[in-house]
Design a protein around this ligand. Structure first.
Ligand code: LR7
Ligand code: MN
Length: 568
């Protein structure tokens, strides 16, 4: 029987797949890639009770040397490497964007310290917690990193709560992830491998995992994580109390270089946000949340999730329409699920008693798709469906060039059927801290009128880019790093970064909202940008490379033009 994949909602489709109906994937390729068809790898089956060890999930882990490399999450620093070793280190970095050579030296079963707040250990969770399927998607992940993820799940999850670990291979093409992986996991009856038949990207891979999962709760992890003691119970407890709660662990940092495990203690906890490039970012806990909670170890409401590490009740996930399966490769799905959770009557929380480490990388090591801006396409789909009128602030950032983003009518229909609240409600009630560009007095590029009027203020403004002098670059008209806003409060800002002058360079600094060094006065008639406290004017250096602060003279080098100026 041929099924028209386009018309089957994700759920139904998953059922069809399970019931063994063949979907002719190639000849019926939908415009919007449908829920993919899995190939399940069969392996010989043990009964759980036959095998001791690994906390009852499989064979006994090899004896651990307490002084072994990386044990207790300690950093591994190598010295005096031979030339061959150095070449191997470099190769590991090139292939993975982390130090695979170091990872390979560390036990797959390494120990981690238990640094949860004391209350987390004493905390009594419900007796009848639901079971979970842990789903780990991977594309060309390093062996030791992937298997350490798996063992940290097996070693540190209560057996009665862990139904299965589903490894979803997103069409990897490195050999160890095929036969060797299958052979290896036969020792662990709870671990299954499912393979995508073509490169799906992480979003459809997760849907593939969900379609074969058998437990009532889905727990997703990236393929380079390590779970700490007691990570699972507090997550499942929140869902058991309210199935519309979506929960994230605290994400600790595993160093990409030394594999040191760095705990984030509950006093420095962050929640998730986003900016108008529709990029996820972290924030301190807002005051309203500090007040609502009585203890630092209590769950925190979070406007968004990072995306990779969370647990959700399977039926609730399905009710929310899972993910937009038109999202390709990477990105956007975390905001989609976050917005949906809040707007469609759920709650999104970070649970301080649950800690899972993740290797944060500085670049994406694998191939994306050629010829398309995948992230932009995903983000436009997201904006079209969920942002209502606020979509324009994202479009402003991409120069109103939406490109071909496919068909989103079924996603809009889903939103209507769920009777979700609108985005305005979300911003006002869930994320009131977010700066809304609509309230800006001026926006767009800031062009200097000296030296031929071709130079614009230009700086990246993400967290890691702050504290650096603001730059200049030929105006390109594409928004991005040349998009600035003048707020009613006199800040020149992009998202949470503000132009700040403390007597030396004009730098970008986190906006503090109390004027001072971040207060600027733009005069649309003589085009000057005068600094509040120093009374100096912003000037372009003659070399067109630097921004200076000088006494105000009215020279062309001190004249700037905001693209849009609309005081009201
Ligand atoms: O085509 C792909 N197929 C895959 O199976 C691309 C990726 N993947 C797998 C990959 O092997 C990994 O396990 O998907 C997972 C996520 O990919 P990463 O690790 O390259 O992503 P990331 O950690 O840089 O990105 C974060 O944002 C993504 C947005 O789509 C996902 O939501 C990731 O899960 C998410 N990671 C986290 O939330 C961990 C904390 C990072 C932060 C902040
Ligand atoms: Mn990751």
């Amino acid at each position: 029987k041929n099924i028209n994949v386009r018309n089957i909602p994700n759920l139904e489709r998953a059922k069809e797949i399970k019931e063994g109906n063949k979907i002719d994937y190639k000849s019926n390729l939908p415009e919007e890639p449908a829920h993919p068809q899995p190939v399940e790898v069969r392996h010989k089956h043990h009964k759980d009770s036959d095998i001791p060890g690994d906390r009852g999930h499989g064979v006994i882990p090899p004896p651990r040397d307490p002084d072994g490399l990386g044990e207790m999450g300690k950093p591994v620093r190598l010295a005096n490497l031979t030339q061959i070793q150095q070449a191997l280190v470099k190769d590991g970095w090139d292939k993975n964007a982390f130090n695979q050579y170091v990872s390979d030296l560390i036990s797959l079963h390494r120990s981690l310290p238990d640094v949860r707040d004391k209350e987390c250990r004493d905390n009594t969770y419900l007796d009848d917690l639901p079971q979970t399927s842990v789903i780990v998607c991977f594309h060309n992940e390093a062996w030791s990193v992937l298997l350490r993820t798996v063992h940290s799940i097996l070693n540190r999850s209560p057996p009665h709560l862990l139904k299965e670990v589903i490894l979803v291979d997103d069409f990897s093409d490195i050999p160890h992830l095929s036969r060797q992986l299958e052979d290896y996991i036969t020792q662990y009856p709870k671990v299954r491998v499912v393979r995508a038949r073509r490169r799906e990207g992480l979003i459809r891979c997760r849907l593939l995992g969900a379609s074969v999962a058998t437990a009532p709760v889905l727990t997703y992890l990236d393929s380079h994580c390590e779970c700490t003691e007691g990570w699972l119970e507090p997550l499942l407890d929140r869902i058991a109390r309210n199935f519309t709660t979506v929960v994230c662990p605290v994400i600790d940092v595993i160093s990409d270089d030394t594999f040191e495990y760095n705990f984030r203690d509950s006093s420095s906890l962050n929640v998730g946000g986003f900016d108008w490039n529709l990029q996820f970012n972290w924030h301190g806990i807002p005051d309203s949340e500090k007040k609502r909670r009585k203890h630092p170890w209590e769950p925190v409401w979070s406007p968004t999730m990072a995306g990779g590490l969370f647990a959700i009740e399977k039926n609730f996930f399905e009710k929310l329409g899972t993910y937009d399966s038109g999202f390709d490769i990477w990105g956007g799905e975390n905001l989609e699920l976050s917005f949906k959770t809040w707007m469609c009557h759920g709650t999104l929380e970070i649970v301080p008693c649950s800690h899972v480490g993740h290797i944060f990388r500085k670049r994406s090591p694998y191939k994306w798709r050629s010829g398309v801006n995948v992230l932009k396409r995903n983000s436009v789909r997201l904006a079209e469906v969920w942002l209502d009128d606020y979509a324009k602030y994202y479009y402003q950032r991409i120069g109103y060039d939406l490109g071909d983003f496919g068909d989103v009518s079924s996603r809009k229909e889903l939103r209507k059927q769920l009777k979700c609240r609108n985005f305005d409600w979300y911003l006002k009630n869930v994320y009131p801290e977010l700066f809304i560009p609509g309230e800006a007095v001026a926006s767009g590029e800031v062009r200097n009128l000296g030296e031929g009027s071709i130079i614009c203020l230009d700086s990246p403004a993400r967290r890691d880019d702050l504290h650096k002098p603001v730059g200049l670059y030929p105006c390109h008209g594409q928004g991005g790093n040349q998009f600035w806003m003048l707020s009613k409060e006199g800040e020149i800002r992009r998202d949470e970064a503000c132009l700040d002058f403390a007597g030396q360079d004009v730098i970008l600094y986190p906006c503090h909202g109390s004027k001072g060094n971040q207060f600027w006065n733009y005069d649309p008639n003589n085009h000057s940008i005068q600094h509040g406290s120093s009374r100096k004017c912003l000037e372009m250096a003659r070399n067109k490379q630097q921004v200076l602060m000088r006494d105000c003279t009215g020279s062309y080098l001190q004249q700037w033009k905001f693209q849009n100026y609309n005081p009201s």
